[in-house]
Design a protein around this ligand. Structure first.
Ligand code: DCP
Length: 627
């Protein structure tokens, strides 16, 4: 459901930049002889020439559409070049497109806050840059203005197709007496045109853009004039724009909410919503959505451009249409292996290149039952804390799948009917940067909740269930820790993913219940620590936990002891640091489960001991789990 955010200011300058027929452009750069030729990119599939996923503008002129299969496109446009998406591990390999998207982002982020919204689109907050330009070199002071700016479409100017289009736009850009907000948008248009030219020069890609006072309007505008053009939405043109905009075209209104507005209220355009008071909309759709609708009808949207140059999540998925649908657990496992290997590679690259770590693994599937009475039932998405390494990802993904399957097949009911999987994906989300620097070990294990240290050492354990709030890059999730033999922590994510809940555990196979507790995830470490008896357990687990809870100043004390060759030290409880664990005994494989940066730091602390590590357990969880 949409969330209403107050409009922070109506004089922000926000741009939405969207690449034109992106995959086609990437392929055309690779094979320049395809430039100017009708071209489309198909996802390989032997059925009717594969599905088109990107269509170049030359082919669009001939009537080729994304909804077509390759064979159909050839009929409509016999000279079309169909390029197949690269394949790796039996599925589409999108790395070439992702990397091309990153090239563009690095250019677009030069002028202001930049949010990578998808593989080929970004939002920019250019308010500061526009204000600076307006102050230092306002458009009216410019003797000449670049063609690319003059080609802009300014909504409300009614100059499209006019021979004097550029003259009219120039006048608008240089209007000394114009609305101050328009002057800022004019500066935004100059900046965006310059950025688009830089993208073209440096990557050979064209893009289109919308420039407005908020994200919603900028996004609407970027698609209005494609390819290689930009559209400006002055404040005064918003009402007219929304009056005629079909309700389903508005972001977040393409689905059920938009249908309800059409069917239940007879609302056909966004402007039609103006008839309803905020109270009425709140009555009908709840306070948040009601306010959001009321704002949307007026073109108001307070959503901020988030600083994010890297993707918010990594997903690896595959569709299995028709006879290729998966029917057995072993075929699902085989595919999950491929998907997890790909995901693991991407996570590793992200970790090494960007020092980011993902926290949540989610499994999504589409399924249907072979003899079905409730075919509408969706396969539930399941999540758990994410463990690094392809093998562990696979283990957890398989467990999540089994957990989802049990629920999907209705554990209370008839198990005899079969199932088929038509889509399978694994997603790594809640990605946050690992703090760097000498205290990174401590920060790594504490990054979610700086105020938690004292809790960990206090007898919180009395509580059988504790709820901890975590913040990940602005999003919130709640983890419920249960004292029972829990296999999965239940995570209620704002993304709406369902997750494996502890209540399912009795239904799960024993395999599941042992595996998922062994998760080397900070949250699990924390969760486990809650279950410790505070005074009696003096084993390895408690002390390594304390090591990881030690803050940087306290680490200063411990390191002197480490330099002396022994890592055994006791301190009184008031200082919350106790070194009663001999790191010599850490199993090498345990250390290897840590992210590389943390691992290297540990090695640096123990240069002479590394070779002597004694095998004690199979998993880092051995040290971090309560028993
Ligand atoms: N894409 C895909 N599957 C889809 C839709 C899109 O794989 N069902 C890929 C191919 C596109 C890229 O994502 O090139 C970006 O999608 P867009 O919707 O932005 O479309 P294009 O960039 O291809 O064209 P346009 O110029 O209309 O934005």
């Amino acid at each position: 459901m949409p969330v209403a955010r107050p409009e922070s200011s109506d004089s922000r300058v926000i741009a939405h930049v969207d690449m034109d027929c992106f995959y086609v452009q990437v392929e055309q750069r690779k094979q320049p002889h395809l430039r100017g030729q009708p071209t489309a990119v198909v996802q390989y599939n032997s059925w009717r020439g594969g599905g088109l996923i990107a269509v170049g503008y030359e082919a669009r002129k001939d009537g080729v559409k994304r909804s077509m299969r390759g064979d159909e496109a050839k009929k409509v446009c016999p000279q079309i070049h169909l390029i197949t998406v690269p394949v790796a591990r039996g599925k589409a390999d999108l790395n070439i497109y992702r990397n091309a998207g990153s090239e563009v982002v690095s250019i677009l982020s030069r002028k202001g806050r930049c949010e990578r919204a998808s593989i080929d689109e970004v939002y920019l907050d250019l308010t500061d840059a526009a204000e600076k330009l307006l102050k230092e070199t306002p458009p009216e002071s410019l003797e000449s203005i670049h063609e690319e700016v003059l080609k802009s479409h300014v909504l409300g100017l009614n100059s499209n197709g006019d021979d004097n289009h550029k003259e009219i736009v120039k006048k608008w850009l240089q209007n000394k007496n114009g609305d101050p907000r328009d002057k800022l948008l004019a500066c935004g248009a100059l900046i965006v045109a310059e950025l688009r030219l830089q993208v073209l020069q440096e990557t050979q890609f064209t893009c289109s853009a919308g420039i407005a006072h908020n994200k919603m309007l900028a996004k609407l505008a970027s698609g209005m004039n494609k390819p290689a053009q930009q559209t400006v939405v002055p404040f005064s043109s918003v009402k007219e724009l929304l009056e005629l905009l079909p309700i389903k075209k508005m972001k977040q209104l393409g689905g059920k909410l938009g249908s309800s507005l059409q069917v239940d209220l007879g609302v056909n355009t966004v402007g039609d919503l103006l008839k309803y008071s905020e109270e009425k909309l709140q009555d009908l759709y709840g306070v948040n959505t009601g306010t959001w609708l009321w704002n949307t009808a007026r073109g108001m949207n307070g959503e901020e451009v988030e600083e994010r140059l890297l993707p918010k999540s990594h997903a690896s998925g595959k569709t299995f249409r028709g006879p290729s649908a998966l029917k057995t657990l072993s075929s699902v496992e085989n595919w999950l292996k491929e998907l997890c290997e790909e995901l693991s590679e991407r996570l590793q690259t992200d970790l090494e290149t960007n020092k980011r770590i993902a926290h949540t693994l989610t499994l999504h599937a589409d399924a249907y039952k072979t003899t079905d009475t409730d075919s509408h039932k969706k396969f539930p998405s399941k999540s758990c804390p994410l463990r690094y390494g392809a093998g562990k990802l696979l283990e957890d993904a398989v467990n999540l799948f089994q957990c989802g399957l049990r629920e999907y097949m209705n554990p209370m009911g008839n198990q005899s009917c079969g199932w088929k999987i038509t889509n399978l994906s694994v997603t790594a989300s809640k990605i946050i940067a690992i703090p760097s620097g000498t205290s990174s070990i401590t920060k790594y294990f504490h990054s979610q909740d700086p105020g938690e240290k004292s809790d960990l050492l206090s007898p919180l354990n009395d509580s059988y269930q504790s709820e901890l709030k975590m913040e990940f890059g602005g999003e919130q999730g709640t983890i419920t820790h249960d004292e029972s033999e829990t296999s999965f922590d239940r995570i209620d994510l704002s993304s709406g993913h369902e997750s494996c809940s502890t209540s399912n555990q009795n239904e799960l196979q024993p395999k599941l219940s042992t595996k998922v507790t062994n998760i080397n995830h900070p949250n699990n470490i924390r969760s486990n620590s809650h279950k410790r008896k505070p005074t009696k357990e003096k084993g390895k687990t408690s002390s390594i936990l304390r090591f990881l809870q030690t803050n940087s100043s306290q680490r200063g004390q411990t390191s002197s002891v480490m330099e002396g060759g022994s890592l055994t030290k006791s301190q009184n409880r008031q200082t919350t640091n106790t070194w009663d664990y001999n790191l010599d005994e850490i199993d090498q494989s345990v250390v290897e489960e840590l992210p590389r940066e943390i691992r290297e730091e540990l090695y640096a602390l123990l240069p002479r001991k590394k070779a002597n590590m004694v095998k004690r357990g199979s998993s880092i969880a051995h040290y971090f789990s309560p028993k």
